[in-house]
Design a protein around this ligand. Structure first.
Ligand SMILES: NC(=O)c1ccc[n+]([C@@H]2O[C@H](COP(=O)([O-])OP(=O)(O)OC[C@H]3O[C@@H](n4cnc5c(N)ncnc54)[C@H](OP(=O)(O)O)[C@@H]3O)[C@@H](O)[C@H]2O)c1
Length: 323
């Protein structure tokens, strides 16, 4: 380790979606750990990736490479020389046209390029959306990594993001088996925490609507949350642990929206947070429980949601999204 806390230089790895919310944190932590990083982005000249160039170690060990996950050839040059690939590029949207093809075809392209280039290990960012969307799941049972979302249910409920992530992950496992590719998957829940990038991202927008007062009520729903720094650490842990295998549920806690807005109101009372549920008829939805033990066994200690929420709001204030 040098005097700046940077560990000894390690191998080169590639991160797709490197300029996004989670991708930026992953690149930051990889550089701190001494990795050389190929940050795959669609347009390396775009100013929105300036934050990557300013990261510690970026001058020496970061290269921004142009790649679109829908263009196979571009991936070959992005992955060239890399021993590991973290595939996280995907849009968080329920627009089927924008999410299904990039998630499914994009993942297929990345895995094919990894197999072609002899990549040592691929870490795929899936989602808890590929895990819990199943109407027949016992709501009291612990959700484990062997649970899969039901595709018919995703279609019926028009949850195209969960549909796309489920199909993409299932196909990734099949492809990895066929090609003998070493694949490990991280399934994060909704991700919060400080932003490195300058633009708003979809999961942060989830709490923005409460803080700005644009949501006058909260829904009778629950949601599992995790801190972005823990998600980035989880990716590195599963990459670096030779025995890591299968899926890793990456979630700290599951909260009802009412508990989420209460927590925010207690810490930040000056924001116009909603106090009423939009559903006054039905009983309050119970939060399902899931197991994050596999990541804890690898040594990850999860940031409590309360401090993650506080850091998210402070970051939004610092970036000028909130006053
Ligand atoms: N945030 C969450 O709550 C959450 C939870 C569970 C799982 N995940 C998964 O985590 C991953 C990253 O999410 P995030 O929150 O960091 O999202 P994000 O901030 O929206 O970043 C997504 C990135 O994907 C890139 N991308 C999209 N389509 C692409 C394409 N065709 N070719 C190349 N790059 C493309 C985008 O690049 P541009 O800069 O070019 O637009 C963007 O940088 C995704 O796979 C997502 O499904 C996220």
């Amino acid at each position: 380790m040098d005097c700046n806390g940077v560990e000894d230089t390690k191998e080169r790895v590639c991160v797709t979606g490197a300029g996004g919310f989670i991708g930026s944190w992953l690149v930051k932590l990889l550089l701190i750990k001494g990795y050389s990083v190929n940050a795959a982005v669609r347009n390396p000249d775009d100013e929105k990736y300036e934050h990557l160039r300013k990261l510690e170690g970026a001058k020496e060990r970061l290269v921004l490479v142009k790649a679109d996950i829908l263009h196979y050839e571009s991936l070959l040059s992005a992955i060239y020389g890399c021993q590991g690939v973290f595939h996280m590029a995907c849009l968080l949207t329920d627009d089927p046209k924008q999410v299904i093809e990039p998630a499914v075809k994009g993942t297929e392209n990345v895995l094919e390029a990894c197999a072609e280039m002899g990549v040592k290990r691929v870490v795929l960012t899936s989602s808890i959306g590929a895990v819990y969307m199943n109407p027949n799941r016992n709501p009291d049972a612990l959700v484990h990594d062997d649970c899969w979302s039901d595709l018919d249910y995703c279609i019926q409920t028009k949850n195209w993001y969960c549909y796309a992530k489920t199909v993409a992950e299932k196909e990734a496992w099949e492809y990895a088996k066929e090609r003998n590719l070493d694949l490990v998957v991280v399934n994060p829940s909704l991700v919060l925490g400080p932003l490195l990038q300058s633009a708003m991202n979809a999961s942060t927008a989830h709490i923005m609507k409460y803080l700005t007062g644009s949501a006058k009520t909260y829904a009778n729903l629950t949601q599992a949350y995790v801190d972005v720094r823990d998600v980035a650490k989880a990716h590195i842990l599963v990459y670096e642990t030779p025995s890591a295998s299968g899926r890793y549920l990456c979630a700290e806690t599951n909260l009802h929206r009412g508990d989420l807005v209460d927590m925010l109101a207690k810490m930040f009372p000056h924001y116009p947070l909603p106090t009423k549920c939009s559903d006054e008829k039905n009983p309050r939805k119970k939060a399902y429980k899931f197991s994050n033990q596999k990541l804890k066994n690898l040594g990850l200690s999860f940031t409590p949601i309360k401090s993650s929420l506080a850091d998210t709001v402070i970051s939004l204030q610092e970036k000028g999204f909130l006053h």
